[in-house]
Write a protein of this length. Structure first.
Length: 319
């Protein structure tokens, strides 16, 4: 093989080698596309919107014209609904709740209470005679259920004698002990002192707390206020049966406490209507309000009312 043939062979070998390298490089590039996944395309997701629902205000449509009202959770100390809850208004016979609480804070439920002469001279409602004696518990039941002014005055008088203080001082001390900052009682019955001065003043919030305290301290007395009638016998053997001043007690299930109140300053009832300041609320509307409270909270309200107040206290417990 001459030199010319060797040169041609060398060129062919070099060509084959370069071609092989080119094929190998091309195969490698192809393998990169076939076997190595490309970086995934970035997907921009749409923002996720979480639908939230605001619970309806169960008290928004309450047909209430009372000047002050409150729905108060006694267990948690929370206000669930309020309308002028801290306004100081005439209490009328709701003052009797404070009178009974003040007495039970100082006296045993079995303490004998004598009806004094001055108590029998008060305006009605009244039921007793001078010198009649009852246990504090029995007299408290009769007094709260029938809103008896002579009974309330006798209870305040007995407590004041035991403490050697005036009835006003006794009631002020009880209000202070419960931190009822808007509560002020001039007498134990709540009767107006004059045409311009009520026998007691307080706020819806104070009344809610007072009612809860009374239910806790004397549940048997509070329970009597939820019945259409209550009965007791004096120490001399005279039987008394009084009718509840609240005509709604028979229509409200599992009621814990009820108390009505009215005077010239605090308003008067008229044909089944309890007059409230700047308006009135008919009984069927109050019952509707009770049911709305029960449905909204799942709890059993304490209920009582007077001219300036419609109060529902919601204690711990489920329907």
């Amino acid at each position: 093989m001459n030199s010319s043939d060797l040169q041609k062979l060398a060129q062919r070998s070099r060509f084959m080698r370069e071609t092989g390298f080119a094929l190998l490089f091309a195969s490698s590039i192809l393998a990169l596309f076939l076997f190595i996944p490309l970086a995934p395309e970035k997907i921009v997701s749409a923002p996720i919107t979480i639908a939230t629902s605001t619970p309806p205000d169960a008290f928004a449509q309450i047909p209430l014209e009372a000047k002050a009202a409150i729905v108060y959770d006694l267990a948690l100390g929370e206000t669930l609904y309020a309308k002028n809850a801290d306004a100081q208004l005439p209490l009328a016979s709701l003052t009797k709740l404070l009178t009974v609480y003040a007495a039970l804070a100082e006296l045993s439920p079995t303490t004998p209470v004598t009806i004094p002469a001055e108590a029998t001279r008060l305006d009605g409602p009244h039921a007793f005679s001078v010198g009649q004696i009852f246990t504090l518990s029995d007299l408290a039941r009769l007094t709260l259920v029938a809103s008896l002014n002579d009974g309330a005055a006798a209870i305040a008088h007995a407590t004041a004698l035991r403490e050697n203080r005036s009835p006003h001082e006794v009631l002020a001390g009880a209000a202070a002990a419960l931190e009822l900052s808007q509560t002020y009682a001039v007498n134990g019955s709540g009767l107006d002192e004059t045409a311009a001065i009520s026998g007691g003043y307080g706020s819806a919030r104070d009344l809610a707390r007072l009612a809860g305290a009374l239910v806790e301290k004397a549940p048997h007395i509070a329970a009597a206020t939820t019945q259409p009638f209550t009965e007791a016998v004096s120490a001399g053997g005279t039987s008394f049966k009084v009718k509840n001043t609240d005509p709604m007690v028979g229509t409200i299930p599992r009621l814990l406490l009820s108390k009505t109140g009215y005077t010239d300053l605090a308003g008067k009832p008229d044909d089944g209507i309890l007059v409230l300041s700047f308006g009135y609320v008919r009984h069927f509307l109050l019952l509707k309000l009770y049911r709305m409270v029960a449905e909204a909270t799942g709890r059993i309200p304490i209920f009582y009312q007077t001219q300036g107040h419609v109060v529902f206290c919601v204690p711990k417990g489920r329907l």
